[in-house]
Design a binder for this molecule. Structure first.
Ligand SMILES: [Zn+2]
Ligand SMILES: [Zn+2]
Length: 574
């Protein structure tokens, strides 16, 4: 392998004559898999190498800037447009008097995904951040009278947009964990959300090498720019406020990225509109497939891209597996899931017509409030979800959720000593074992909590919900439930046999299923006149909807085929 350093602006091929200037080629075996997650010290990924059989010889190309950074004001665009223009033509900018609009397909030119050790099985897919769905940045940011921190807030959607057209989310994921610190991020500070949308959760400091120190690497959605670790003159920023921002004569108010929390603007100095837990408005990502549960123990070791073909390589359970996928015309995506023995399972996903792929077809658009029976017809949580896994646990779960979004600050957490979040539910707690309830504990209940409730449910498909455990009026001083909990709180019914009590997961369908345990911290005991045997999930949700101070979720996975060896199960209901 020859090493070569190339100037920023050019693209060249070694050992071959093909011009690959426009191909989107990424992937670097020699680099892949080195750092556990975002390594702030890595050099800007200006040059990436592609090796292997698909090309004649080794190729090194410049995948970042297609041309040198233009001097500011080559046209009528505002100065803020300049750093984005370094990524033209992949990133397009336009402006009206009020806003700068940024369009991109959400796919960075650098490599992705490598180094992730906490993975939800999503892969990067292009997104249509264009036209009416472009990013929008106020050209004249207005300092807010009440600047808001993003700690525990704005956990959905982006808080900033990087100059390469990639959204930047809160450093906390939607469960309130700091993504960077739990292995969710790749070496570039990014990963994919539930719409297979790539985004960062930290300042993409590596872009500084592309745009130069004098330019910001991102812009917060309040309109204030985000610079790298240094000022344009190379000096260290001084007197940063708690949002990583400050005012200087040269630049006015601006933020800086950092290598520790908050990693990015820690709040909004400027005015933003907060709606449904995110800055509003902002573009939405469009999923083509259902989101998947976390794959425990997986580690992503490689990612390559060539034109519209991608290959993600990962290790799990001592095996090396691949997700290979190809983008077809009209937005459909063909996936080949390759297991450790080389066996391939293929699946093609086609975007739903009419957009809004978050929402299953046929779902009522109107306001909720009307109960149509268990799990049917409820309105989903309102917002255009920007692809992050949704608090209520997946597209289906969101649909079947009641007609409100339970408050979730991220400070309240639900844990189990028997199973980690996203982990496999031990057989003991299922219909294949002792059928007892799993041990649970919760932490971080808000002040003023007067009682707790717990629900366990599963969403078999759009518009459907099954529930296995409804427990309410758990006294405020209770912080945990032991295994096979008895005599604590009031037991509602389950959808398996309709009787009060716990029904263990015992699905007769094949494959892994995700069960969602949710704990609610309530401002008062729940008042329900119906007998407990008639209290289903919807009844309980309706009764406590105005009492929810905070909620937390623990998702667990159970795959009966692993237990039963795939043998046919007779008529027992799940
Ligand atoms: Zn994310
Ligand atoms: Zn500064």
């Amino acid at each position: 392998m020859k090493a070569i350093s190339v100037p920023l602006a050019c693209v060249l091929a070694l050992g071959g004559s093909a011009c690959v200037a426009c191909a989107h080629l990424i992937g670097d075996d020699s680099h892949d898999g080195t750092a556990p997650h975002y390594d702030f010290s890595i050099a800007p990924p200006q040059a990436v190498q592609l090796r292997g059989s698909q090309l004649r010889g080794d190729v090194i190309l410049m995948a970042q800037a297609q041309r040198p950074l233009q001097p500011v004001a080559v046209n009528a665009l505002p100065a803020m447009a300049a750093p984005f223009q370094a990524f033209a033509p992949k990133v397009k900018v336009r402006a009206d008097g009020q806003f700068l609009y940024v369009e991109s397909d959400g796919m960075p030119a650098h490599n992705m995904m490598v180094g992730i050790t906490s993975w939800q099985q999503q892969v990067p897919l292009p997104q249509a951040y264009a036209g009416n769905n472009a990013w929008r940045i106020p050209l004249s940011p207005v300092p807010s009278k009440n600047p808001v921190s993003i700690k525990g807030r704005f956990l959905r959607g982006a808080v900033a947009i990087a100059v390469n057209g990639i959204p930047i989310f809160n450093p906390q994921n939607n469960r309130g964990e700091v993504s960077q610190e739990i292995g969710e991020l790749d070496q570039w500070g990014g990963h994919c959300g539930r719409a297979d949308d790539y985004h960062y959760h930290a300042a993409p400091l590596h872009l500084q090498g592309v745009v130069g120190r004098g330019q910001p690497i991102a812009c917060a959605l309040d309109g204030y720019p985000i610079y790298g670790l240094a000022e344009p003159d190379g000096s260290t920023p001084s007197k940063l406020d708690s949002f990583n921002g400050h005012e200087t004569t040269a630049l006015g108010y601006h933020y800086h990225g950092s290598t520790k929390y908050p990693y990015i603007n820690g709040g909004f100095h400027g005015e933003v509109v907060e709606r449904d837990g995110q800055v509003d408005p902002q573009p939405r990502a469009q999923p083509v497939r259902q989101d998947l549960p976390p794959l425990r123990g997986a580690r992503i070791t490689g990612f390559t891209a060539k034109d519209k073909s991608y290959s993600l390589k990962y290790d799990v359970s001592g095996e090396t597996r691949y997700v290979n996928y190809v983008l077809n015309d009209k937005g459909s995506v063909k996936f080949d899931f390759v297991d450790g023995r080389g066996q391939v399972r293929s699946e093609t996903f086609t975007p739903r017509p009419g957009g809004g792929g978050d929402r299953p077809p046929g779902e009522p658009k109107g306001k909720g409030g009307q109960r149509k029976g268990p799990g049917k017809g409820d309105r989903p949580p309102p917002p255009p979800d920007r692809g992050e896994a949704r608090p209520s646990g997946g597209a289906g779960g969101a649909v079947a959720m009641a007609s409100y979004t339970p408050k979730r600050t991220g400070n309240f957490a639900l844990l189990s000593s028997a199973v980690a979040s996203g982990g496999a539910l031990p057989v003991e707690f299922t219909g294949d074992g002792a059928s007892v309830t799993p041990p649970l504990e919760w932490v971080g209940a808000p002040p003023g909590t007067k009682s707790f409730a717990v629900i366990m449910h599963h969403v078999p498909g759009p518009g459907e919900t099954k529930w296995y455990w409804t427990l309410y009026n758990i006294p405020a001083d209770v912080r945990s439930l032991s295994k096979n909990a008895q005599g604590v709180g009031t037991l509602g019914n389950n959808s398996v046999n309709g009787r009060a009590g716990y029904a263990p997961p015992h699905s007769k369908g094949p494959g892994a299923k995700t069960y969602i345990l949710t704990a609610y911290a309530l401002s008062a005991p729940v008042q329900i006149s119906a007998p407990p045997s008639q209290v289903n999930r919807d009844v309980l949700l309706a009764a406590m909807k105005d009492l929810i101070l905070d909620s937390a979720e623990l998702k667990v996975v159970y795959d009966r085929t692993a237990v039963t060896g795939g043998q046919k199960q007779g008529g027992r209901k799940p």
